[in-house]
Design a binder for this molecule. Sequence first.
Ligand SMILES: Cc1cc2nc3c(=O)[nH]c(=O)nc-3n(C[C@H](O)[C@H](O)[C@H](O)COP(=O)(O)OP(=O)(O)OC[C@H]3O[C@@H](n4cnc5c(N)ncnc54)[C@H](O)[C@@H]3O)c2cc1C
Length: 371
Amino acid sequence: MKIYDVIIIGGGLAGLTSAIDLSSSGFEVLLIEKDEYPKHKVCGEYVSNEVLPYFNRLGIDINQTKADQINRLTLSNRNGETVNVGLPLGGFGMSRYALDHLLYEKAKSNGVQFKFETVTGVEFENEQFCITTNQQNYYSELAIGSFGKRSTLDKKLGRYFINKKTPWIGIKAHYQSDDFPNGEVQLHNFEGGYCGLSKTETGAVNFCYLAHYDSFKKEGSVENFNQHILTKNPKLKSFLKNSEMLFDKHLAISQVSFQNKNAVENHMLMAGDSAGLIHPLCGNGMAMAIHSAKLLSEEIKKYKTFKSRNQLEENYTAIWEQTFRKRLIFGSAFQKILLQPKLTNLGMSLVSKSPFLIKKMIQQTHGKPIS
Ligand SMILES: Cc1cc2nc3c(=O)[nH]c(=O)nc-3n(C[C@H](O)[C@H](O)[C@H](O)COP(=O)(O)OP(=O)(O)OC[C@H]3O[C@@H](n4cnc5c(N)ncnc54)[C@H](O)[C@@H]3O)c2cc1C
């Protein structure tokens, strides 16, 4: 029976980054992902530059792609009044289609093994994991859970947040727009949510929003919602009028949960959204996912010498809490303000008088370069 050092469940950013990092240090890694690459995902596709030093160390070169270099943020309220500020650290606009594929190719070249199967169960017995997929069983000493915001696996594992209804829905598509500026990410407020716009490596604009389900369900369809709710904001109205959708239809995900989760669950080490998700309005989930993969890989490398599972789990939980908990708390408070029209308007007028304020808020909910 083959026993891997590490099996990673879910090959999004957290899973792929952990796979690259651990395989670079000689671990034998199997990554099980349910979908083949490349593939579009619901995501704002603005990646904070905080990931660049770590990516460079892992040999992932974003400069060789045509990702849009972003250094400005435009915010608009429901009336379309805007504020434009420089982003202290900046970021890049790249589709998940291209980014996940780039990491997949790097992981493969590092010797990571891939299985495109759906994990249906995880058992931990006699210091060993048995991971069951729709096709067979795989065995490992360590297991990483990086299966995203919400998976059928969460239900199987009995994670407590999974039975709580979460009223958020995410929608995304790429658009061709001739007058969308380079180097800018835009966030536009509408009733019950926010829509992000930024260019990707193909020049297409990623259009992605998160809406409260109560406001969404009254309209019955994405098309109606776009037409009746989003276009109340003149900035979104103008964008939708002057651009052309490049997808056959919008991608959608529902039940996006921002509830607390555990960094370790039945000895499985959680990374990325499986460990905790920040509201995309107020933080960079992708950078957090990549950062958590780095923290976890470091703890696993230490475990190779001291070989105490308890110590590994305690250390990882402590470092995860220390690195991300404060950010999640600020993010949640910031989100509440941004979704209240009166507070948003007040905030916008304060920010337009003092862009320093928005920079301070950004610093509270975003990380520093991952060195
Ligand atoms: C609407 C919206 C907009 C966002 N915008 C931004 C943004 O602009 N910038 C930003 O930084 N962050 C943004 N985020 C957050 C960001 O998308 C996530 O934080 C990030 O994708 C987390 O990566 P991950 O690797 O944890 O999960 P994912 O990228 O979701 O990867 C999980 C993987 O696990 C696989 N999987 C799931 N279940 C199984 C199973 N049972 N077996 C095998 N494989 C499985 C999935 O197929 C998937 O590939 C946004 C989120 C939302 C909802």
